[in-house]
Design a protein around this ligand. Structure first.
Ligand code: 8YV
Length: 312
């Protein structure tokens, strides 16, 4: 069978590129020096796009691909895809839900532990030889503290279960109340006022841009820590830096940033922030399972079968 031409918008691991190349002619848009020339050459033939959760496929690009039929996202978040536009133009979109839920939730609960117990600072303290000069300062316990989860989807629920195992109480904010035992806060500000940890687990995109702003951080206050494993766009990063610098909030644990992989110098200098390079789904097991879904969705589509994990 003839290989279908696809455009690759992100740097992808070999274990994904190999099966992709076996079934498709892959055009590397991400690394192309002259992207316009690449589109002028192959744009008219492209039938599929493969991209990461945090990469973008703007309408201006999609309009240059008249034969595009499917976008397969290597990630659960598809905020980089104009889904309504795709739906209107009959372009299918797929993502990689479920297989990464546990790893992302593990990372969120690790960030809660690292910030509350100041484990990264303690590690630096020992490496610097400071232990001989005295014990590391006391930190804060988790038990009895309130975890306020913003966005109680599959990942939010997995985070809640883990934090309950640490003896924490759980409450949540989202678009609607759910059939769960955890307390629902219709108001994000009220949740922030009450929470010891505000944990962002909602989708990114225009609807949640800067949902966590200066006012929410003010409400979280000096007892509070912000955790974000969702999308950098959900948090107003400048307001967060100001809140960390002034002590308006106690600390932050972040796996995602507004302009990845660039992280503002001022944020990197905040001692009260634990910063990770967007790795929450970054395990061999999970990334391979995600790769399987990306390839499987494309194969299903081009074989005329039901998509494994359709968005639209
Ligand atoms: C990945 C993600 O970092 O699933 C998502 O939405 O952002 C992450 O799991 C990414 O898509 C893989 O490059």
């Amino acid at each position: 069978m003839e290989k279908t031409p696809v455009l690759v918008l992100a740097p992808l691991p070999d274990f994904l590129m190999e099966p992709l190349r076996a079934a498709h002619v892959c055009h590397d848009y991400f690394h192309a020096e002259d992207k316009d020339a690449l589109l002028a050459n192959v744009g008219a033939h492209i039938r599929g796009i493969v991209m990461a959760g945090h990469s973008m496929s703007p309408v201006a690009l999609l309009e240059k691909l008249p034969k595009l039929e499917i976008i397969s996202v290597f990630g659960v978040g598809y905020d980089g895809v104009p889904v309504d536009w795709c739906r209107a133009h009959g372009i299918r979109v797929t993502n990689t839900p479920d297989v990464l839920t546990e790893d992302v939730a593990d990372t969120a609960s690790a960030l809660v532990l690292m910030t509350s117990r100041r484990l990264i600072s303690a590690n630096r303290y020992l490496h610097a030889g400071s232990w001989t000069q005295g014990p590391f300062p006391l930190a804060h316990a988790l038990r009895g503290k309130l975890a306020g989860i913003v966005g109680l989807g599959r990942i939010g629920k997995a985070i809640a279960q883990r934090l309950e195992a640490h003896g924490m109480r759980v409450a949540y904010h989202g678009r609607a109340r759910q059939e769960v035992s955890w307390e629902y806060f219709e108001s994000l500000i009220e949740l922030a006022k009450t929470a010891d940890f505000l944990i962002v687990a909602c989708p990114g995109g225009a609807g949640t841009k800067h949902l966590i702003n200066a006012q929410v951080l003010e409400a979280l206050g000096a007892k509070g820590t912000l955790i974000n494993i969702a999308r950098g766009s959900v948090v107003d990063e400048m307001a967060l830096i100001a809140a960390l610098q002034s002590g308006t909030i106690r600390g932050a644990g972040l796996d995602v940033f507004e302009n990845e992989p660039l992280v503002p110098q001022a944020l990197m200098q905040c001692e009260n922030a634990v910063l990770l390079p967007h790795l929450s789904s970054g395990t061999h097991e999970t990334r391979r399972a995600m790769a399987g879904l990306v390839v499987g969705n494309l194969a299903a589509y081009f074989d005329g079968k039901t998509l494994l994990t359709p968005v639209c």
